[in-house]
Write a protein that binds this ligand. Structure first.
Ligand code: PFF
Length: 455
């Protein structure tokens, strides 16, 4: 059966970067930065991306290309059936992430419509807006249908083509918005908050959040890159591709900050950050720009977010779909629509958890904490902050001790003859054997205990 493949190297890089660049960069990153003390968080995040995540990216792509299989099948193909639980955890995690991601993407899509119609007062009614469940579900379903449509077209005609159109458009929109943001009064105060670190803010919670954010943002630890890596050929230089994907993702998150903070500081609105940052503060900022400019800049901004989100939801859906197609020979179109439907159902409690239904809105109280958290936050904590770093940790253990570094090196050198013996090889091998398991493992355990048990 033809599994499909990326047609060009650029196509793969754009699709993988498209997966990485998403709501995580533009919606989540800015409020994580503002909660984590501005530049102090930024520095930690950058270090994690380059030192800890880079070797994991390379490993995932290498596993995928070596086996030409999905996230679960890859481990079986390598003869390590017992380790396929890493892939199973990954697929589960992807399903959970996509379930809440689609709801947030639904909010974003709805906001495009609100901005186009000049309804800036939506900022004050965010609480009401997210609880208009019919409306939210309508936009979430629309978003999922678009995602499913792209994935059903296959790797080359769907995923690659969409990335080739959406990613360049996204970059153009970002540049336009940055140029505009920097001309706003007081924008410099935003830049200073963003770029001058206050190291006293660094603590375990901030480090754990920065790590979770790095994994989430790079779409790492759940086999997405195993899946996309399985669609590339031997000529592909994995190190260069991984470097480009990391740089694009980090670069766009960084640039998003250059848009967000000048906007926030020039508006003079006091903000605590938090998930509402973009939904509750931004429409007010756009309103102050006047009806015409506000509508244009506001809609452009939320279109940017939608574009970023869709290339990510496409990759999230591809992970389970590829599993069904490979392992159970289910027809691609059929598995796409079935999986999309199931994930939408799983997302409904998240949609209801923002105040609409008390049970989901005060879903669980962790040990040692006194405030209950909502269902969506619970799913985020489990998938994003726990399963992803844990998956990344297991992948490094698997590659260095089970698959063995020499096989990793063999795979990488196929498209990169000078890799063996190079400094990069030494760095990857050292990092994957010592630095990644040690640091990933300890931050993971500490964050886990802290988050769920208040220790
Ligand atoms: N990287 C995406 C973001 O930053 O929004 C989220 C994501 C997409 C996570 C795909 C995992 C994944 F497989």
């Amino acid at each position: 059966m033809n599994r499909g493949s990326f047609n060009t190297r650029l196509g793969f890089i754009l699709a993988a970067s498209g997966s990485a660049v998403g709501l995580g960069n533009i919606w989540k990153f800015p409020f994580e930065v503002s909660n984590g003390g501005g530049a102090a968080f930024l520095i930690m995040y950058l270090m994690f991306c380059f030192i800890l995540c880079f070797p994991v990216i390379v490993s995932e792509i290498a596993i995928g290309r070596n086996t030409k299989k999905n996230a679960i099948g890859a481990f079986e193909k390598m003869g390590k059936r017992n380790w396929n639980f890493i892939g199973k955890m990954g697929v589960l995690c992807g399903v959970l992430i996509l379930s809440f991601y689609t709801i947030v993407a639904g909010w974003v899509l709805g906001y495009v419509v609100e901005m186009v119609s000049g309804n800036f007062s939506i900022a004050d009614n965010f609480g009401v807006y997210v609880n208009d469940t019919g409306n939210v579900l309508l936009y979430s379903v629309l978003f999922m249908i678009t995602t499913a449509f792209i994935v059903s077209k296959g790797v080359e005609e769907g995923i690659e083509k969409a990335a080739k159109i959406l990613m360049p458009s996204l970059i153009i929109i970002i540049i336009i918005l940055i140029v505009y943001a920097l001309t706003l009064p007081n924008s410099i105060d935003g830049i200073i908050f963003y770029l001058v670190p206050d190291f006293s803010q660094i603590n375990l919670t901030v480090a754990g959040n920065a790590l979770g954010q790095a994994f989430f943002s790079l779409s790492l630890g759940m086999g997405m890159l195993i899946t996309y890596g399985s669609y590339i050929d031997e000529k592909n230089n994995i190190i260069n591709s991984a470097a480009l994907i990391t740089l694009t993702d980090v670069g766009i998150a960084f640039l998003a900050g250059l848009i967000i903070f000048p906007f926030v500081f020039s508006s003079g609105i006091e903000t605590q950050g938090g998930p509402g940052l973009i939904f509750q503060v931004f429409p007010k900022i756009f309103e102050d720009l006047g009806p015409l400019t506000g509508t244009v800049i506001g809609s452009t901004f939320f279109i940017l977010l939608s574009f970023a989100a869709i290339t990510s939801t496409v990759s999230l859906l591809e992970v389970p779909v590829s599993y069904l197609v490979d392992e159970y020979k289910v027809e691609r179109k059929f598995s796409v629509w079935i999986v999309a439907f199931i994930i939408l159902l799983i997302g409904i409690p998240s949609a209801l958890s923002q105040g609409k239904v008390a049970y989901f809105s005060e879903f669980i109280t962790y040990f040692g904490h006194d405030k209950p958290i909502d269902f969506m936050q619970f799913i985020i904590d489990v998938s994003n902050d726990t399963l992803l770093p844990f998956g990344g940790f297991l992948i490094t253990i698997y590659v260095s001790f089970v698959w063995k570094k020499r096989n990793l090196s063999d795979e990488i050198s196929k498209g990169n003859p000078s890799y063996k013996g190079s400094l990069v090889e030494k760095y990857i091998n050292f990092s994957i054997t010592y630095i990644c398991p040690l640091i990933l493992g300890s931050i993971f355990i500490l964050t886990f205990l802290n988050k769920f048990f208040g220790i």
